[in-house]
Ligand binder design. Structure first.
Ligand SMILES: NC(=O)C1=CN([C@@H]2O[C@H](COP(=O)(O)OP(=O)(O)OC[C@H]3O[C@@H](n4cnc5c(N)ncnc54)[C@H](OP(=O)(O)O)[C@@H]3O)[C@@H](O)[C@H]2O)C=CC1
Ligand SMILES: CC(=O)[C@@H](O)[C@H](O)COP(=O)(O)O
Ligand SMILES: [Mn+2]
Length: 386
C-alpha cells in the first residue's frame, strides 16, 4: 500500500489523483489532503478518504474545517507552513505536488529533505529553483517523478535508455485557444476566450499559461532540469490534437514518442505507481478516429512568452525565478481584467530586464527574488490601471 500526501487535492490534478486512488484502493491510500480556500470540497474529500491530516491554507477557514471534521480522528492544520510539516509525516510514502505556483517550492524542498519521493505536477517548483531541487533530490536519493504530460512522456521514452545520451527532447504544444492568431487579433481577447483550452480541462492559471504559450516556456525549463538537457537540445512543436505527448531523439537519430488520448489520469497514475504500469480502463487512442496528426512551428513573434522562457533558461541563475514570479502576477492581473492578454508579455520582459540578476542563487535568494519581482510586477500592473 502506497500512502500519498496530495498537496492541492481540490484542484484539477488533485481531484483526478483521487479518482486514480479510488480505482486502485488496494494499492493506494491517502494520508494527507490540502487545499487553499475550498473548505467544502476538502471536508468532503476528507470524510471520504479518511486521511490522518488535512491542511487548509486560508487560516480563516480553520475553525470551519475543524468543526466539520470534529467527529473524526483527522488532524486539521492551517496555513502555508503546515504544508512543510505534513509532507514529512511517517505515514507518507510519496508526495504529489498538485498545488499551483511558487507555493509548491518550500513543501517540496522539505519533502525531499525528509526522503519522500515526489510525483511532481507543480512545474513552477523546478522553474523557480531547479538548480537546488535536482542536486538535493540526487543527494537524498529521492526520485522526482514527472506528472506533467509532456515530461511523463519523455520519462517513459527514456525508460531502459539510461546508457544512451539524449540528442534532443521535443515538447509538443497544443497551441492553445489562440493558435493561428496574430498580435492584432489578441489585443482584446477576453478571460473567457483564454480559458477555453481546446483539449484539456485544467486549473485557471495553467489554462491561461497554455493560451500564451507560457506553459510551454515553463515546460522547457522544467525539461531542462528533469532530463539534464540544454536549451539548444529542446525543441517545441505545435501539435493541435495533443495525442503525441512528447518525443525524445537519440544520437543515432531514432525518435521515441509516447501517445494517448489527452487524459491526465494516465501520467498521474504512472507517477504514483512507478515503476509499474497499473491496469486502467482509460479510453484508448484509436488511429481510425484521427484522420491526421499534424505538427507545425510555434509562432514565437505572436506568443512572446515562449521566447522569453528560452531566454531565461539561457541566462540561468535566478532569471527563471523572475520570469515565474512576473508571470504569476501577470496571469492573476489578466484573470481580474486588470491587464490585457498581450500586456502579460510586456510585464514579463520588463521584470526580466529590471530584476537583479544572481548567477548562483541560494534558497534564500530565490525567496527574495520571488518577493521583489512580485512587488515590481504589482507596481507595473498598478501603473497600467492609473
Ligand atoms: N491541470 C492539469 O491538467 C495540469 C496541471 N499541471 C500543474 O499542476 C499544478 C496544479 O494545477 P491544477 O490542478 O490545474 O490547478 P488548480 O488551480 O485546479 O488547483 C490548484 C490546487 O492548489 C491549491 N492552491 C492554490 N493556491 C495555493 C497556495 N497558494 N498554497 C497552497 N495551495 C494552493 C488549490 O486549492 P483551492 O482549490 O482551495 O483553491 C487547489 O487544490 C500546476 O503547477 C500546473 O501547472 C501540470 C500538467 C497538467
Ligand atoms: C496536460 C498538460 O500537461 C498541460 O501542461 C498541457 O500540456 C497544456 O497544454 P498546452 O500544450 O496547450 O500547453
Ligand atoms: Mn504539460
Amino acid at each position: 500500500m502506497k500512502r500519498i500526501a496530495i498537496l492541492g487535492s481540490t484542484g484539477s490534478i488533485g481531484t483526478q489523483a483521487l479518482d486514480v486512488v479510488l480505482q486502485h484502493s488496494a494499492a493506494f491510500s491517502v494520508s494527507v489532503l490540502t487545499a487553499q480556500s475550498n473548505a467544502d470540497l476538502l471536508i468532503e474529500q476528507a470524510l471520504q478518504f479518511q486521511p490522518s491530516h488535512v491542511v487548509i491554507g486560508d487560516e480563516q477557514k480553520y475553525e470551519f474545517v475543524k468543526k466539520a471534521l470534529s467527529g473524526s480522528s483527522i488532524t486539521v492544520l492551517a496555513g502555508a507552513e503546515a504544508l512543510q510539516e505534513v509532507v514529512c509525516l511517517d505515514n507518507v510514502d510519496i508526495v504529489l505536488t498538485a498545488l499551483v505556483g511558487y507555493a509548491g517550492l518550500l513543501p517540496t524542498v522539505k519533502a525531499i529533505k525528509s526522503g519522500k519521493p515526489i510525483a511532481l505536477a507543480n512545474k513552477e517548483t523546478l522553474v523557480v529553483a531547479g538548480s537546488l531541487i535536482m542536486p538535493l533530490a540526487r543527494e537524498m536519493g529521492v526520485p522526482i517523478l514527472p506528472v506533467d504530460s509532456e515530461h511523463s512522456a519523455i520519462f517513459q521514452c527514456l525508460m531502459g535508455e539510461s546508457h544512451n545520451p539524449i540528442e534532443k527532447v521535443i515538447l509538443t504544444a497544443s497551441g492553445g485557444p489562440f493558435r493561428g492568431k496574430k498580435r492584432a487579433d489578441l489585443e482584446h481577447v477576453t478571460r473567457a476566450q483564454a480559458l477555453k483550452h481546446p483539449n484539456w480541462s485544467m486549473g485557471a492559471k495553467i489554462t491561461i499559461d497554455s493560451a500564451s504559450l507560457m506553459n510551454k516556456g515553463l515546460e522547457v525549463i522544467e525539461a531542462a532540469w528533469l532530463f539534464d538537457v540544454k536549451a539548444s537540445q529542446i525543441d517545441v512543436v505545435v501539435h493541435p490534437q495533443s495525442i503525441v505527448h512528447s518525443l525524445v531523439q537519440f544520437e543515432d537519430g531514432s525518435i521515441k514518442a509516447q501517445l494517448g488520448l489527452p487524459d491526465m489520469k494516465l501520467p498521474i497514475q504512472f507517477a504514483l505507481g512507478y515503476p509499474n504500469r497499473m491496469q486502467a480502463n482509460f479510453p484508448r487512442f484509436d488511429f481510425r478516429d484521427f484522420a491526421s496528426l499534424t505538427f507545425e512551428q510555434p509562432d514565437m513573434e505572436t506568443f512572446r512568452n515562449l521566447g522569453l522562457a528560452f531566454q531565461a533558461l539561457d541566462q540561468g541563475g535566478n532569471m527563471p525565478c523572475i520570469l515565474n514570479a512576473a508571470n504569476e502576477v501577470a496571469v492573476d492581473a489578466f484573470l481580474k481584467d486588470e491587464i490585457g492578454f498581450l500586456a502579460m508579455s510586456d510585464l514579463l520582459a520588463d521584470c526580466m530586464a529590471k530584476g537583479t540578476f544572481l548567477l548562483n542563487p541560494s534558497l534564500e535568494d530565490y525567496i527574495t527574488t520571488d518577493k521583489l519581482t512580485r512587488e515590481m510586477a504589482q507596481m507595473w500592473v498598478k501603473k497600467q490601471n492609473k
